[in-house]
Design a protein around this ligand. Sequence first.
Ligand code: AMP
Ligand code: ZN
Length: 153
Amino acid sequence: MTHSTNTDQENCIFCKIISGEIPASKVYEDDETIAFLDIQPVNPGHTLVIPKDHFENIYTTPVMTWMRIQMTVQKVALAVKHATGADGVNVHMNNESAAGQVVPHVHIHIIPRHNDDGLINWSHNVYKDTEEMKTFAENIANELKVENGENEN
Ligand code: AMP
Ligand code: ZN
């Protein structure tokens, strides 16, 4: 089964990093994944982890590839923290343009954070009432049943 067209991959900046066509500050590589510095870091040491195969986002990445990405993320997160003297790290992912995804090759951001870096992650909201919250929970649980091929009722 194909997961993307050749055109997607040919135009993909991260595929070009994998092939060596464009340079990157690589910090880690194994048979399935690589990690390199984000060229426009939130904080210095901001690192991206990507699979070597081209998949667009979280939905289309095969589970075994996803697991390998996460194994690399866990390893690199600690290295980024230690190497940058960070007080913490954000592990972040954007899926689809509505969520801020710009590069359509699945990637995880590892962002070193410092107690005094002044950054704010995002603001929080509230539900109208507990009924609304319950409805969201039920709808998501039902979607999961559909994904698992279970009956919705
Ligand atoms: P996203 O908004 O989640 O798609 O993030 C894409 C990230 O890729 C941004 O943070 C960019 O700064 C980063 N980026 C784009 N081009 C390059 C590149 N050639 N090398 C390293 N990072 C890049
Ligand atoms: Zn790609």
